[in-house]
Design a protein around this ligand. Sequence first.
Ligand code: F6P
Length: 322
Amino acid sequence: LKAIAVLTSGGDAPGMNPAIRGVVRAALSHGIRVYGVNRGYSGLIIGDIWEMNSRSVTNIVQRGGTLLKSDRCEAFKDPTVRHQAAEILREREIEGLVVIGGDGSLTGAALLAEESGIPVVGLPGTIDNDIHGSDDTIGFDTAVNTALDAIDRIRDTALSHERLFLVEVMGRDSGFIATQVGIACGAEMVVIPEVEFKIQSLCFQLANNRVKGEGSSGIIVVAEGPRPGLTYRIAQQLEENGQSPKVCILGHIQRGGSPTGHDRVLASCMGATAVDYLRAGYSSIMVGVQKGEVLDVPLKEVLERKKPLASEWIAMSSLLHK
Ligand code: F6P
């Protein structure tokens, strides 16, 4: 193996930089040339590729975002465009590609590998933690901690003014972030797409808290879910039931910032492992972590199934509100 390339694609996630650094430093240590592709697949299809060295990744391990920039590339869904991308890689004598991103990016990776025969290894890079085949994804831990930091501050005002807050967190159509954040911030309730939401249960719970002398202050963590505007709809329903909630949408604050130690180690390790897998001749796989063990998971398997939020976590979260 003489040369490989690395790109980041889809929504940025804290830890993408340490992952890039892991790929670059591991490859160079084996005498393999490494190319960085700017702006994900959008850069790949126009040949926006540059040779990296050890200094290219100096001082990035602690930085959020991605040095290589990222993009959601609609054009890459077209097989002709993927064919052009493969030609560009071949012209530059690049014999392997590492793709760091979420499910859309890994779908592109699987198709490129299958159609071109160029070995591709994926890394699960998304704050949503919704990638089947890996217990953890790069960026999830940081996003949970960023949301917690914000909610702990909101809690001060909630308590001082005895106010009810609806705090919306990201997660696309999964409730991983909301569930962990809800447990860790002591939320009065968590609303996630995996569990049917009933306004009556929420009102009952809030009335119960008041009876127990807990006042009308509270934090309800709402996962953004697949349909935009859910948190405002819940706020409206609460108003119709005599409550005066405040809405706080955390939004992209959860995607930025310095990666936690956990994400830096996970990402560095996954980046270096991706190089080992390419050297060993693997392709169409993702580096995953299961029960603390780093392993290879076929991309086909990763993309075929939706990762479920474990029922134990859902039960734990609702147990703690009571
Ligand atoms: O997949 C990461 C994520 O932050 C989701 O949680 C969110 O739904 C989406 O990306 C937002 O994407 P964008 O930054 O393109 O609006």
